[in-house]
Write a protein that binds this ligand. Structure first.
Ligand SMILES: Cc1cc2nc3c(=O)[nH]c(=O)nc-3n(C[C@H](O)[C@H](O)[C@H](O)COP(=O)(O)O)c2cc1C
Length: 173
């Protein structure tokens, strides 16, 4: 099975998981917006960072699901907050219809947060988000963690977490 890992990463956390996965699967590793580059592969693994319930760059896959109907599709996203089943469900439902979900296997990994590495546009968005949390009464542990991460970058990436994804891909072969 020819496998490719393609990713979009703003500050390096998704990149790290993509590199680990590609290395373990001896897969090609790409950063591209061109679907035609992916069509020669049997297994396509896409990774993008979590933005609210959106997955950065996911339109590359979403807009081409018909072309990819015979491929094995694996999508992963990385977020700063701890992994929760409810987030997995929300992200899946927000990005893919019930029918589309049958075509993909989905994983959420914990990434990290590094405000200083964000582009100007995302610094503005995330500053507004910080103000919103600051104004929230009775902050959740996740909100408190997020505020702390603005002051000091956090990295929760963990190679162990890719095991389940790797096993899924091995079983395709
Ligand atoms: C606009 C924006 C929205 C985000 N929303 C979330 C979120 O809803 N939940 C979460 O856990 N992390 C969120 N994050 C944090 C990123 O998902 C996290 O830093 C990710 O690991 C970054 O991966 P990257 O460096 O590959 O882009 C957000 C980051 C940005 C810039």
């Amino acid at each position: 099975m020819k496998t490719v890992v393609v990713y979009k990463s703003l500050t390096g956390f998704t990149k790290k998981y993509a590199e680990w996965i590609a290395q373990e699967l001896k897969a090609d590793l790409l950063v591209t917006k061109e679907i035609k580059l992916l069509l020669k592969y049997d297994v396509i693994i896409y990774g993008g960072s979590l933005h609210a319930v959106g997955i950065s760059g996911i339109n590359l896959i979403k807009n081409n699901l018909k072309k990819l109907k015979d491929k094995n599709l694996v999508i992963f996203t990385t977020g700063a907050s701890p992994v929760k089943q409810s987030t997995i469900t929300d992200v899946k439902n927000n990005n893919f219809s019930e029918e589309e979900q049958k075509q993909i296997k989905f994983y959420l990994f914990r990434g990290g947060f590094d405000f200083n590495k964000l582009s100007f546009k995302y610094k503005i968005i995330m500053t507004l988000f910080k103000w919103k949390i600051q104004l929230t009464k009775n902050k959740t542990p996740e909100e408190k963690g997020m505020l702390a991460a603005y002051l000091k970058p956090v990295d929760f990436t963990n190679k162990e977490k890719i095991k389940e994804l790797l096993e899924y891909v091995y079983l395709l072969e």
